[in-house]
Structure formats: C-alpha cells, structure tokens
Write a protein that binds this ligand. Structure first.
Ligand SMILES: Cc1ncc(COP(=O)(O)O)c(C=O)c1O
Length: 431
C-alpha cells in the first residue's frame, strides 16, 4: 500500500529519472526491458568461479610433475602469511574443517555452544558427533550476522564457546564478541566460510578467534571447487585438529607433543585437501585482494545509485570493516517505505532483465535434524521464533555480483531499478 509519505519520496526519484525512462512502460507491461545486454554476455559478466588460463595451467603442471602433496604445505604457508596466524590446516572442505575444530575443542559432552541459526548446516550439525549442544542465536536484522544481544540472553553456566558466522561476507562485531567471550570465559570460534579476505580493524575474519574455518567450495569468495581451511591460535588446537583428519601428521609433531603417539591411526577420518584443489586455492589466494577489489568496487557503484531509492538498504557495515561479498549482492527491501510488495518488485525487475531473486536463507533451528532426540546425545536448545532471522528473510533480495568489468550492465541494472521505482504507483496496485 502506498502512503502519502512514500508517494512524495517516490515522486522525487521519478523526477530525477530521465524523462524517457519515466515514460517508458514497464517490461511487465510490454515495455522495452532496461537490461538489453544479451543473456550470454550477462552470464559471462556474472560468472563464478573464474579460473584463468594460468590457474588451469597450475593444475595441469601439478598433474604432470608428480609432486602432488607438496602443494598442501605450500598453500598452508601462504595462508598463514595472508591471515597473519601461527597455525592452519588445509581440509577437504569447510565442513571437515568444522568437524576438526569441534574435535579440537575437546569439551565434555553436554557443553553448550552458541551458534547462529542463520547459517549453513555445517556450522552446527557436526556438533552432534561430539556430544555438544547447539544453542540457537538470532540474527541482527541490520546485518544478517550473529546477534550478540540475543546471545547474552541465552547463555547459561554450561555454555563454553560460540561460533559466529560472517554472513554473506560481512564481518561480525568481532571486537565486541572477543570482549564478551573474555568476560564470560567462552572460547571464540569463527565460521568464516563466507568471508575469506574480509577484515575488522585490519585483522582478517577467521583470525580473531581461538579457532576459525574457511571454505574453498565453488561458490565461495576464494573458490577451489572443494576445500577448506582451519585456523588455530594454539599449537594444542592445531595438533588435535590435524591429527583428527590426517593420520600422517602426528609423526611430524614435536617430540613432546601428546598427539605424536597417534601416528598411523589419527582419530578416524581422513580430511586432507585434494592437492589439485590446493593448487587452485593457491592461485586464487595470489589474486584474492584484486578479485575482492573488483567485485566490491562494482557493488559500490551499483548500490550507491540503488540506495537513493526509498525502501532499499544494504547490510550495515562499520567504518572499520572491509567486507567481501559471497555469492550475491544482498539488499533489504522495506515494503512500507517503497509502497509496493517484494513480490511485485521481483516480478518487475525480472521482466526488466535483472537477475534478482528473494534471498531466503535457511534458519537452522527449524530443521528436523535438530529436533529428533535420536541423533543427539544432548538435545539442542531450540527457540520458538527468532524474529531477526524472520525479518531478514522477509526483506532480503539478491542480485548477482559482477565478476569482471561491467560498467554497461551496472548502468542498465541501475536504470531498471529507477524505472521500476518511477512506476511504483502502478506496482502498488499489483501488490
Ligand atoms: C557458513 C558456512 N559454513 C560452512 C560451510 C561448509 O563449507 P563446505 O561446503 O566447504 O563444506 C558453508 C558452505 O556453504 C557455509 O556457507
């Protein structure tokens, strides 16, 4: 429903739009779509991942030279430098890095861990193997990230750790979380699967906690098709996590290590990264800052235009943060301020040729796995509703990221949005 206030604000935007664009009918109503780039060109400019000829050559060279397993310590050395951390271990994916992290925690069964509901199942589900108890925490609707205020309300004397997740590549308030964990005696573990390369106060996400994990899965900001990394501040955590997933490593630990004796068996799983994935990850890491810069610059160019439109906003970012963007450019759409519905918005944008979609993301606490006692030694603590998660899923929409230079497409996307907003009275009738 359009209110007088939203109508007046909309009139200002409409006045700013070039006359031709304003009078042009919506593509929904047989007008010319604002995005005129052919679909194959559109797909090429938003393609992800992008493996350049040199990346492909690195994989071929490794196949040829037979020194497969040397790739893994090389990747680990480069990641340690990139992140500025003492210990890392490359794993076969982010999920196995999380499994290893929960093993490395070595907490007594029944220990509670504060986890976000707005995350992938891998952040939480592996806890069931170690008798740990997930306690679901809401998302801050302004950021999609772990809501520390809610965490303060659900902590108990059994709580031992927390695992914030940097949603869509936006860092959580890690300084506040570090202080909270120190004050309450919790171990801070980060799920940085979506935020490799993002920083707070110049320090990378995934490097703030006692442990952290990253994913190199295909859609991620540093893709190697499949792969992951664990970060450990203490040798003890590193040795437990490494011994858990790779039986060859305990033999390399220093003589006094309590985990050296587990050479030849490890603790059961085999979780080391595939050397070809390690080769791909090394190539991506070498150009990671440039890739982040390219994607971020183009998101800014587009969003600086779009955020002029009433009802559109983006994840709140503190000035001391450098974010990355995982998979999508996430925007929040406030129907009351815009004066028409999200359904009408998406329909109109899609007709204009914009690759827009609703950004609904799983709320883990709703899934069956966490509700059936047979899968858990100690049942998860599940809330009835998490209003922050619900608000995010009500408001969020996603646009593609421009992964190579796309000035023409950015202009066409901005024009499509401005055209849609110029027709909001019409769209309000559809709502
Ligand atoms: C937040 C989060 N954590 C963990 C994972 C698991 O990573 P992987 O797919 O590499 O196992 C993902 C992957 O989607 C993720 O998004």
């Amino acid at each position: 429903m359009s209110t007088r206030r939203t109508f007046v604000a909309g009139a200002t935007v409409a006045a700013a739009a070039p006359a031709a664009r304003r009078t042009e009918p919506l593509a929904l109503n047989q007008g010319r779509p604002a995005v005129s780039l052919p679909p194959d060109r559109h797909a090429a400019l938003t393609k992800w991942p992008r493996f350049a000829a040199a990346d492909q050559q690195a994989v071929l060279d490794l196949l040829e030279n037979n020194r497969y397993y040397q790739e893994i310590p090389l990747l680990e050395q480069e990641e340690k430098q990139f992140l500025g951390v003492p210990f890392v271990k490359a794993h076969c994916n982010g999920t196995s890095a999380l499994m290893s992290m929960f093993f490395a925690l070595d907490l007594p069964p029944g220990s509670e861990i504060l986890v976000p509901s707005y995350t992938a199942s891998a952040t939480i589900a592996p806890m069931r193997f170690f008798g740990l108890v997930p306690v679901f925490v809401d998302a801050d609707p302004r950021t999609c990230c772990f809501d520390l205020h809610h965490a303060r309300k659900v902590i108990t004397p059994q709580t031992r750790a927390m695992v914030p997740q940097h949603a869509w590549g936006l860092p959580c308030d890690l300084d506040e979380m570090t202080a909270f964990c120190r004050e309450r005696g919790l171990i801070l573990c980060e799920d940085a699967a979506q935020s490799h390369g993002a920083t707070l106060q110049g320090k990378p996400t995934g490097a703030w906690g006692a442990m952290g994990i990253f994913s190199y899965q295909t859609s991620k900001v540093l893709p190697a098709i499949e792969g992951g990394l664990g970060m450990y501040q203490k040798q003890e955590y590193f040795e437990r996590a490494a011994a858990f997933g790779d039986y060859t490593l305990p033999a390399t630990f220093p003589a006094g290590s309590p985990y050296r004796q587990y050479h030849d068996t490890g603790f059961g799983p085999k979780f080391r990264i595939h050397p070809l994935a390690a080769a791909l990850a090394r190539r991506q890491l070498a150009k990671h800052p440039a890739t982040i810069q390219l994607v971020n610059r183009q998101v800014r160019q587009l969003n600086d235009r779009l955020l002029q439109l009433p009802g559109l906003s983006e994840q709140r970012r503190r000035k001391d943060m450098e974010r990355v963007h995982w998979a999508s450019n996430i925007l929040f759409f406030d129907q009351a301020k815009a004066g028409f519905s999200k359904e009408a918005l998406l329909k109109a944008l899609q007709a204009e040729g914009v690759l827009a979609a609703a950004a609904s993301y799983p709320e883990q606490h709703r899934f069956t796995l966490y509700r059936e006692a047979r899968w858990w030694h100690h049942a998860p603590r599940i809330p009835d509703v998490l209003p922050g998660c619900a608000e995010v899923n009500r408001k969020a929409i996603r646009l593609p990221l421009f992964t190579s230079e796309a000035p023409e497409l950015i202009e066409q996307y901005a024009a499509a949005f401005e055209k849609v907003w110029a027709h909001r009275a019409e769209l309000a009738k559809l709502s």
